[in-house]
Design a protein around this ligand. Structure first.
Ligand code: PLP
Length: 416
């Protein structure tokens, strides 16, 4: 029994679904690597990425995934043997720390909780205790894609200031850039790391690192620099220096189009869309949770991410539910990873998602909960619809409500 066709709705938290316009923009013949028009596309992408990172600093595009961009951030700002502090709130800051360790850095971790955001007071106390300023950089993710927790970056900046500590603040915005507000300059983030395959609605393959003036100053003496990642080389004006080699031109054409789509919608409107669809998702999950088998992973409402929702569900139900959604209904949910591996699933609601995508996804999950007899509260989808209806409600238009004249004769089409 199948209710699906070949095209799947993929609501994993990355890579996300790619708009047809973006796919189409990549479907074109090769252009000359040295053409001025290609160089201009790169420069326009850098300019628009700046406005998405909300920075007047410099942005670098690497043909790499998020791990590559992590390495780019570390190698440009640190030297072997220096210490970084990882703020744990799930899986990904720890992963960044692992990369730092292999680069020859000392890694200290502020232990966290998979269901809670980083506690800024603990960050302040940890940095205050570092009297000799041994810690050179603080690494944190804005949204941890494995836990669905959103960290308060402005508050973490405040904690570093409160400790009067000079460490660089480095933020992974891979699962939050262009999904939720991020203010690199206003929050005095020194280095931010992004990637193309999530809310930027592109294929995997491009990593981004944004650096402010403080980070650029530290870069002058950073011992881990290598030619490929190096900002100084990439600051050169020739086009090939922007990529330290051949421009990944089709990826850049796709990126150009995705940035156009974001610009056309408006960044604030993009954030608002993400918020409404994330909240609709949470409303549905809250109702289902009344049945006792599933729950939202992030405990505090204020710490829940608008880009991904992580749901805990007993292992015996989780696999069957994901199979049903995919194989019967054509909706691909994200698996839980790390500490939550096998114990639930994730709904990625970032990038090219609409009310139809999310309501369809929630409808399919609710169908699966029923079909598989997983205990759940009734009416989750209804709660999501009610929320969206209220959030988008329009004032009644008096003119539109005037009864239509019934006397007007409707002309029959010619030849009918
Ligand atoms: C928050 C976050 N950081 C880093 C990464 C690693 O990115 P990549 O898999 O592209 O190397 C991911 C991947 O999902 C992520 O979600």
């Amino acid at each position: 029994m199948s209710l699906r066709t070949s095209r799947e709705i993929v609501v994993t938290p990355g890579p996300t679904m790619i708009p047809d316009e973006v796919l189409g923009a990549m479907h074109r013949p090769t252009v000359d690597l040295y053409s001025e028009s290609l160089h201009e596309v790169t420069l326009s992408c850098l300019e628009d990425l700046r406005s998405i990172f909300r920075t007047s600093g410099d942005v670098y595009i690497y043909p790499a995934n998020g791990h590559g961009a992590w390495e780019g951030a570390l190698s440009n700002t640190l030297s072997r043997g220096e210490t970084v502090l990882v703020l744990e709130s799930g899986q990904f800051a720890k992963g960044w720390g692992e990369m730092a360790r292999m680069l020859g850095l000392q890694v200290e971790t502020l232990p966290g909780h998979w269901r809670r955001a980083v506690n800024p007071d603990q960050v302040r106390d940890k940095l205050k205790a570092d009297k000799g300023h041994k810690i050179k950089a603080v690494l944190v993710v804005q949204v941890d894609t494995a836990s669905g927790v959103r960290n308060d970056i402005a508050a973490i900046r405040g904690a570093i200031d409160a400790a009067s500590h000079p460490a660089l603040l480095m933020v992974d915005v891979i699962a939050s850039l262009a999904a939720i507000p991020f203010e690199m300059d206003a929050w005095r983030v020194d280095v931010a790391v992004g990637a193309s395959q999530k809310a930027l609605m592109m294929t995997p393959g491009l990593g981004f690192v944004a650096a402010n003036a403080r980070a650029k100053a530290v870069n002058r003496t950073a011992g881990l620099r290598t030619l490929y990642w190096d900002w100084q080389f990439r600051d050169g004006t020739e086009h090939y220096k922007k990529y330290c080699g051949t421009c990944p031109e089709h990826l850049v054409f796709g990126l150009r189009k995705s940035l156009d789509l974001i610009k056309a919608e408006g960044l604030d409107a993009v954030h608002h869309r993400h918020h409404l669809l994330a909240e609709a998702t949470r409303r549905a999950v809250a109702v289902w949770a009344e049945g006792g088998a599933l729950s939202l992973n992030a405990e505090m409402p204020s710490e829940r991410s608008d880009s991904v929702t992580v749901i805990r569900l007993e292992g015996k139900h989780a696999e069957r539910l994901m199979d049903f959604c995919r194989n019967v209904c054509g909706v691909v949910l994200g698996v839980n990873i790390g500490e939550l591996s096998g114990e639930g699933f994730r709904i990625g609601h970032m990038g090219d998602i609409t009310a139809a995508t999310i309501l369809g996804t929630l409808g399919v999950i609710e169908t699966a909960l029923g079909a598989l007899s997983v205990p759940h509260g009734q009416g989750g989808v209804g709660a999501a619809i009610d929320y969206l209806a209220r959030s988008t409600a329009r004032k009644p238009n008096v003119a539109a409500r005037k009864p239509r004249s019934t006397t007007k004769k409707i002309e029959a089409p010619v030849g009918a």
